[in-house]
Design a protein around this ligand. Sequence first.
Ligand SMILES: O=C(O)c1ccccc1N[C@@H]1O[C@H](COP(=O)(O)O)[C@@H](O)[C@H]1O
Length: 224
Amino acid sequence: MKPDIKICGLTTAEAVDRAVERGASHVGFIFFGKSPRNIEPDIAGKLADRVRGRAKIVAVTVDADNDDLDEIIALLKPDILQFHGKESPERMLTVKAVTGLPIMKAFSIREADDLKRVEPYIGIADRFLFDAKPPAGSDLPGGNGVTFDWRLLRTLDASVDYMLSGGLNKDNIAAALRETGARGIDVSSGVESAPGVKDLHKMDEFFAAVEGASIREPASGSAA
Ligand SMILES: O=C(O)c1ccccc1N[C@@H]1O[C@H](COP(=O)(O)O)[C@@H](O)[C@H]1O
């Protein structure tokens, strides 16, 4: 089955249009000053208007305060809020109650114990996102183009709905899907020519690789 596909860190009309033309179910905008993909909420809102209703609009924040969230929500009008920082379960409950928006909570994974942090968010987060731990010295909690050991996700209860992210690209996405069976995937730097610069050709190649993987899946699982 074709997974949900989120293209994250979009900053141009061309990239937003191409992502959705090629079949992105989600488009993500980064609101984090240190990121090369950081975008002002009013500009992101205009880009989102191009595809609103055809793809889910995702606002990615990192330990954002209420004022910043209010501004992002007012100007972007996201369908989903992605939290990529150290936001507590209590904070997530409050944000959900106040905004009425679905929440995707990101976790950085390196070893089995990292998945234990998910437990308190079950029943609060509408979806999870599993990303790799940032490399030492990185200013970014995500968007580092680093993978983690996908086999760790095998221990998760099947009811835990998540997007897989971290270093995905055209060369590893088929293996990632085979290994995890993820119902959603999220890519940023794997479809860029330089940090923050989306590459339309790489994006095309990524979608083609997902399509190839999705077509092969039933054949390899078939008993015949
Ligand atoms: O991309 C960023 O700059 C970023 C900044 C702050 C928080 C999250 C960020 N990106 C998230 O990182 C993953 C995937 O990154 P990659 O494919 O390994 O480059 C994705 O969830 C983005 O939302």
